[in-house]
Ligand binder design. Sequence first.
Ligand SMILES: C[S@@+](CC[C@H](N)C(=O)[O-])C[C@H]1O[C@@H](n2cnc3c(N)ncnc32)[C@H](O)[C@@H]1O
Length: 328
Amino acid sequence: MAASVRLLVRRVTRLSHGHVTVCPSGPSGPSGRCCWAPSSCRCFSDDRNTHFGFETVPEAEKAKRVYKVFENVAQNYDVMNDAMSLGIHRLWKDTLLHVMNPQPGARLLDVAGGTGDIAFRFLEYIRSQRERQRRHVARSMQALSWKDISDVYAAREGGEDGPRESRAVVCDINKEMLKVGKQKADSMDMSAGLSWVVGDAEELPFDDEQFDIYTVAFGIRNVTHIDQALQEALRVLKPGGRFMCLEFSKVRDPVLARLYDTYSFKIIPVLGEVIAGDWKSYQYLVESIRRFPDQEEFKRMIEDTGFYCVRYHNLTGGVVALHSGYKL
Ligand SMILES: C[S@@+](CC[C@H](N)C(=O)[O-])C[C@H]1O[C@@H](n2cnc3c(N)ncnc32)[C@H](O)[C@@H]1O
């Protein structure tokens, strides 16, 4: 309830800040789409532009186009990810988990989570951490008497300081991507501790301070207002919570950059056509990477949002960067 009221307020605020212009004269101002109001003629114009790959499109259009791209690619998304990155996306995602090092009880929100790769890795990681802790406790009990051991178990069953359940929420704007993710979870028997929520990164359907970790992997470049998505990340994190973002970035080495460009523009759309019958969607994916801010600029955006200790690691020579920061 609180979340939906907040969304309404935010929408109205955005309209009044970004999309309302004052007409110089009469009911048809410069945008030609003016509403008539006797005392003050204010019109709603949707003529703010943004980019969709290398194209310039009205802001209102971008989200629709992005939706279409991921609706088209959803069924082949995982196969194409392996084909395009030669499987390296798995290593980038494993690195994210390694740096995150989540502990049992942590609550994760994976935004633009698509088919669930990050959430699955998170739950696997927690499971192995829990197993390691269990073995550690078992080893430490070897020196205890049976009475001590039964006291330890009795105290645990008392429940109070029993471990809190870890949970991962996968949130994505695209129902088709989530559908594929859910099917994967069922087939891998990974559904426990997972939820799937349709939602926009710019207007997350969650109350404040709900999560310990917020991740977004290869998703934020698709969002129309990146600053708004970052604000939302800050809002839903608990104090002490961590923001982590994997995204394609800028390759500095000129030789690697040239190779990477050739591969991206000449091979990836062809793979898209051959494997998924969809050249255009994969051309957009490549172009959108080039439009995304570089490592330093994105770091500044995260800091400007209000995160602390912001840093990044380059992976594969800067093909991908892993940014992180804390809410204090
Ligand atoms: C390249 S996929 C990444 C999926 C997944 N995170 C991964 O790493 O495999 C990008 C995802 O961003 C989602 N997306 C795009 N715009 C979004 C928005 N405004 N809010 C939430 N998700 C969005 C798309 O639907 C798509 O599932």
